[in-house]
Write a new protein. Structure first.
Length: 315
């Protein structure tokens, strides 16, 4: 069991990775779980979870007081709303509060890879956060960090039509013939990966850890959806990856770096365009968590079934 027991999650509201991480630590047991949120937040949490609120502008003194006694602070804020830069304030306060381990809002790819940095310009802030973490860890030997690269969450990507597959209209726009097989994960699996990275704190200290539960192409995902939904998908006009990237970069620049749909297109390209290396094992990324932690097996049929089950439960 990890020596890191007191876990605080910043951004556990909503229905994405933060909530799943909170639930995973609760289910694991042996951890004291709390959340950090701004006073304007409307999110609610289980009775066993202490919610600490601070003013919306995240005053340094309030953050330090909120994080006193915490072993680990996990950021789960997202791109929308400009929350990613706020991590710098939280990191500085975490160091002063005596936090031992900080996990930034990674949950994607190798953002220190120059190809990825060029492809997804909005993730420059993620590079800045990691540089800041490295500097703080050098200055403060008792402080460390871990980033967890999960690649795409399949059920989320299908839910918001992020990878060209519409499970309601039953159609698909294949990128570059739809045959590239990126690493894919699920929200519960990714959350468990975060828990395991804390349980194996020495192996994950000051490192980016990659999850590699399975790989699947657009065509493989569609074939499984057709099998489980009992419908045939219509092929839309295919997407040429290089052209989509060029157009997205132009829109991003022309908008003064404010066009979120354009930058989200570059994230889709990171997943579906082969040269950007989202097949973590094939690209030689590492360390890969499954190489030193026994994780549950997950298959594409299971991941698709999870998504379909969630869809039915919402109706």
């Amino acid at each position: 069991m990890s020596e890191l027991k007191n876990i605080m999650i910043f951004g556990a509201g909503g229905s994405n990775i933060g909530r799943f991480i909170m639930d995973a630590f609760i289910e694991e047991g042996g951890f004291n779980v709390s959340t950090l949120s701004r006073k304007s937040s409307q999110s609610t949490y289980p009775g066993s979870v202490k919610n600490v609120r601070v003013d919306d502008d995240l005053p340094h003194d309030q953050l330090v007081a909120a994080m006193k006694g915490q072993d680990v602070v996990i950021s789960a804020v997202g791109l929308r709303g400009g929350a990613l830069p706020l991590q710098i304030q939280v990191i500085d306060a975490a160091v002063e509060a005596g936090v031992k381990r900080f996990l930034p809002s990674e949950y994607g790819f190798d953002n220190m890879d120059e190809k990825t940095a060029w492809l997804v310009p909005a993730f420059k802030i993620k590079q800045n956060v990691e540089h800041h973490l490295n500097a703080k860890a050098r200055e403060n030997p008792s402080f460390s960090w871990t980033a967890v690269a999960t690649s795409i969450w399949l059920e989320w990507a299908l839910d918001v039509v992020f990878i060209g597959i519409d499970t309601v209209k039953h159609d698909v726009a294949y990128w570059d013939n739809g045959t590239h097989t990126p690493t894919v994960s699920t929200l519960p699996y990714s959350a468990l990966g975060v828990v395991e990275s804390i349980k194996h704190a020495s192996e994950t200290r000051n490192k980016r850890i990659f999850l590699n539960p399975l790989t699947a192409s657009q065509r493989e995902i569609v074939a499984e959806l057709e099998k489980q939904q009992g419908v045939k998908y219509t092929e839309l006009e295919p997407v040429v990856g290089t052209k989509a990237i060029e157009e997205a970069h132009k829109k991003w620049a022309d908008s003064g770096e404010t066009d979120i749909p354009a930058v989200l297109t570059t994230v889709t390209a990171q997943i579906l365009v082969e040269e950007y290396g989202t097949d973590f094992a094939k690209a030689g990324k590492g360390p890969i968590l499954e190489d030193f932690v026994k994780m549950p097996k997950i298959t594409l049929p299971e991941a698709v079934a999870l998504y379909i089950k969630q869809q039915k439960e919402r109706k």
